[in-house]
Design a protein around this ligand. Structure first.
Ligand SMILES: Cc1cc2nc3c(=O)[nH]c(=O)nc-3n(C[C@H](O)[C@H](O)[C@H](O)COP(=O)(O)OP(=O)(O)OC[C@H]3O[C@@H](n4cnc5c(N)ncnc54)[C@H](O)[C@@H]3O)c2cc1C
Length: 458
């Protein structure tokens, strides 16, 4: 054999693990390197631990809603170390399952950092050994972006550290307006912290539908999280046991935790890719084609490091498609159309397909259907939280282009709505489905009136 391995995968996260396992099962000799913990961001410090914390945080709303349903709730207290440690136990269990599965598939694992030396060589940085492979797959994911140069930056944390805090902060300042910021605001607020979001923009959740963004602004504030928009941080310093944050407005905010959730960078720094001739974009992401191939024929990249659509199921599909294309003789281009996504905020969001403004840019006629209501579940409790549902359809063909929901169970609903949108269902077919009563989801098939459709007699 000309090389030590057929395939060397750098990064054992969602994408890398899937690609390594399927390639090995197809008969390739595969190695994988991981510098932190097997399982990657999703399992260790992303989706999985986050969702457990969201579940934990939801109890406070349930307790608040309970009296309207006749329940008398005694003095409920919350213990952060119990939740934190239970989550970490589960993370360790899942990471172990990942490690076992790749070993069972015949993959050799190196638990250390790997860097690219040239088109067919990687170096393991701890042991210093160099290994060759016919192909190298970059699956190194992303890492939280930090505002380098901010005075007192070291006093802040990122989502990485948020899972492991010694104690629940009494006050938390969350910097950013994306999904990670909203989810941690929901988590800390639900668990009992006083939370403020600081965002430099004037709207939350860039990239989501504008109606949804406006709805979330109202609901996040209603939930009790303070929003400071159009402002940034200029300094962090310690002051009498608290972190004092100075804002661009001049306001000073004392807090116990400052969490930066201002985006993520692809993990390519110091990886040696430029040395091997691999082209990166302005943000450091590996530029790849539809088969995840970089400009160097033996080097491929999948998942967050390509910054195409930074979600776990996408990284997994990318990895599987790569393995099928190369080792199963099944050329599989990756399909990133109509990928559903969720924000586990208060209320949660589920979204798939085009936003109204995206649709208006690409289609001559766009039909919009929208409804906003207080769900039945909130009536007896007095909870004022509202649900928003919106459908974007092509006014000519009638095909659904996007479905956007903010409200209880929205992520669960959107997975199924995504099946219909992806299948190219028309609004007429969608509406022919019988409602399921009494649910919030039934409103999705009962939106008959167009609310806006410039260019057509609505
Ligand atoms: C707080 C948070 C919440 C999230 N929630 C969701 C969610 O609800 N749903 C969803 O779909 N997605 C979510 N994501 C995104 C999701 O985690 C990522 O899209 C997914 O993990 C990407 O998989 P990946 O394989 O590309 O990279 P990763 O899972 O990040 O794996 C990359 C791995 O490579 C390792 N690595 C990096 N460099 C090297 C090197 N040189 N040598 C060896 N190893 C290296 C890293 O340690 C890491 O383990 C969330 C992310 C965060 C941060």
């Amino acid at each position: 054999m000309k090389y030590d391995y057929d395939l060397f995968v750098i990064g054992a996260g969602s994408g890398g693990v899937r690609a390594a396992r399927i390639s090995s099962l197809a008969g390739a000799k595969v190695a994988i390197a991981e510098e932190y913990r097997i399982g990657g961001t999703c399992v260790v410090r992303g989706c999985v631990p986050k969702k457990f914390l969201v579940y934990g945080a939801e109890f406070s709303q349930m307790l608040a809603d309970a009296p309207g349903y006749g329940w008398t709730v005694g003095d409920a207290t919350f213990n952060w170390p119990t939740l934190r440690d239970n989550v970490q136990k589960e993370v360790t269990r899942l990471s172990g399952i990942y490690a076992t599965n790749i070993a069972k598939a015949g993959v050799t694992t190196f638990e250390e950092r790997a860097e690219v030396v040239d088109a067919h060589t990687v170096r393991l940085t701890k042991s210093g050994s160099e290994l060759t492979a016919e192909r190298i797959l970059i699956a190194t994911g992303g890492r939280p972006y930090l505002p380098e140069g901010l005075p007192g930056l070291e006093l802040g944390i990122t989502s990485n550290e948020a899972f492991l805090l010694d104690k629940l902060p009494e006050r938390a300042l969350i910097v950013g307006g994306g999904y990670v910021a909203l989810e941690f605001a929901n988590i800390f607020h639900g668990l009992g912290s006083k939370v403020r979001i600081l965002h430099r923009g004037d709207k939350l959740l860039r990239g989501f539908d504008d109606d949804l963004r406006a709805h979330m602004h109202i609901e996040v504030e209603r939930s009790g999280v303070a929003l400071t928009m159009k402002a940034t941080l200029t300094k962090l310093e310690m002051s009498g046991g608290a972190i004092r944050a100075t804002l661009s407005t001049g306001e000073k905010v004392d807090t116990d935790v400052v969490l930066f959730a201002i985006g993520r960078d692809p993990c390519t720094a110091g990886l040696g890719l430029e040395r091997a001739g691999v082209k990166l974009d302005d943000e450091g992401a590996v530029i790849v084609d539809e088969f995840s191939r970089s400009c160097v024929p033996s080097i491929y990249a999948i998942g967050d490091v390509t910054n195409r659509m930074n979600l776990t199921p996408v990284a997994i599909r990318d990895g599987h498609a790569f393995a099928n294309t190369i080792y199963n003789n099944l050329p599989t281009p990756v399909d990133h159309s109509f990928v559903p996504s969720a924000v586990f905020g208060r209320p949660p969001i589920g979204s798939v397909g085009l936003t109204e403004s995206d649709a208006r840019r690409s289609f001559d006629l766009v039909d919009i259907y929208r409804t906003s209501f207080r769900p039945m579940r909130n009536m007896l409790s007095g909870n004022q939280e509202r649900t928003l549902m919106k459908i974007v359809a092509d006014g000519s063909s009638g095909k659904l282009l996007g479905v956007h929901i903010a409200g209880e169970d929205a992520p669960e609903m959107i997975q199924l709505a995504a099946v219909a949108v992806k299948a190219g269902v028309t609004k007429k077919q969608w509406d022919s489905t019988m409602a399921l009563h009494p649910t919030a989801a039934e409103e999705l098939v009962l939106m008959r009136e167009k609310v806006a459709s410039p260019g057509s007699p609505a």
